[in-house]
Design a protein. Sequence first.
Length: 100
Amino acid sequence: MLKKKVIKKTAETEVTFEFAKKGIQSVSLVADFNEWQPVIMKYNKKQKAFRTTVRLPKDQTFHFRYLLDEMVWENDYQADDYVSNSFGSDNSVVHTKQVA
């Protein structure tokens, strides 16, 4: 799940990435905005989901995926869009366009 909040002072969008699935021990966010380096997401017991929040430049598009238990790739079921990648699957997409 993606939650977005526009930060007007800095021309950024704060994006919270959230992933929940039973039986998963770890989730990493892997994205083009950080050169595909895994960011370990923290488990939120109250939400029963893994979460991380990042600030991204507004009015841009970024590709990402989740890496579950360091072995299985997964997309965000509520991504803004999906695009094919060079590995024969899809990347999730987040748009940071400011909504009027």
